[in-house]
Design a protein around this ligand. Sequence first.
Ligand code: CMC
Length: 440
Amino acid sequence: MAAKATTTRESAGTVTLTVDATGESFTLPLHRGSVGPTVFDIRKLYAETGMFTFDPAFMSTASCESRITFIDGEQGLLLYRGYPIEELAEHSNFMEVTHLLLYGELPTKRELDALTNNITGHTMIHEQLTQLFRGFRRDAHPMAIMVGVVGAMSAFYHDHHDIYDSGERMIAALRLIAKIPTIAAMAYKYSIGQPFVYPRNDLGYAENFLHMMFSVPAEEYVVNPVLARAIDDIFILHADHEQNASTSTVRLAGSSGANPFACIAAGIACLWGPAHGGANEAVLSMLGEIGSRDRIPEFIARAKDKDDPFRLMGFGHRVYKNFDPRANVLRTRAHEVLETLGIRDDQLLDLAMELERIALEDEYFVKRRLYPNIDFYSGIILQAMGIPPSLFTVLFAIARTVGWCAQWAEMMGDPSQKIGRPRQLYTGEPQRPYVPIDQR
Ligand code: CMC
């Protein structure tokens, strides 16, 4: 089943661009989506004017048309296919959300059962792929292993998928979504020297992940439902976030017609950075570095100092300039998890709460609208559950695989799809003749 098309873009008239230096005027079409800002369509700008636009970090550029996720950063709104993230976190589960993102609608009971069967039917990885882990150093960062092993999946399915067929695209997506928790848990087991734990298809998606992470052959492991629910919520909240850096990476890689497993590996590589998915790990190492309440002012001062590269990890967002709605959900979950685990006097949590309080009152942060983001709270929850910080971004990657796949499938299904190819503002040397080495 392909995603349903429910809305289309509308014409919103035109905009006139006047070049002051020459007095020339050009008319550009304006488009309106279903919600959100109107866009100037500059696709023919170069052909008609000989000029490019300049927007290096895509601050004002819509790189594609999409029906999947909508964010209004001013209002703190995040919608998956029109549904608010808070309602999905409260009433739904990750499998339902997977269906919603991939196919465009919440599933009926039958559709949900079919999807769950499809996913659980693909949770094991090719046995030969398990050999690959042994090539990594024991102390390899799990994200390095993820990039390598997910990329290597392309060697196992290199000619199986016709990426121009919507059904085949969904098979690739389901394989990825099913296998990524298995690969993630294996990366963890490998790093601590424990045997790999095979998936259990009678367990839910989050439960099975916890089982593969924490069970050992020597004793029974029973998954705590509160923890499984918290992981499921973390997966829901991280599943998609429109055209963020890693999703744009997946789209750009996919735009050349590359293998989907290789495209997702590219997304994982991008997600790893501390300005993106790596921030939740960075929050924990920052709290460790701060160490005690009395040192918080010193770190706040460093965050404000323009000559110091230090930033308060887990604060600020490119899009959310009011609050991060995902952080609101996770703040509540964080308290539930700590209560369930009986953690009351945790020093790191205490530090985190104090940091949150000070930053929310401090003029520097208030003026720049720097609020705690999702990574601030997810780091605290995962730490309390005994998941090592180096695995935090890996969990993000598990969840975001659904969004990456939905976005990749949407792009590949667009008949006007072309290879992505930005232009540049060149400021290097103009053409000059080659100088032989003895004359330099
Ligand atoms: N600590 C201190 N100052 C900050 C911070 C911070 N965390 N974030 C932004 N600022 C300041 C920045 O110095 C700038 O100040 P000024 O206007 O005086 O020059 C102003 O706030 C605007 O910042 P910006 O760099 O223009 O904002 P951006 O949209 O480019 O960056 C960000 C967004 C998320 C990369 C940045 O806020 C940051 O580095 N935060 C810490 C890392 C983090 O928590 N990342 C996770 C993002 S949420 C997960 C996800 O969706 O991937």
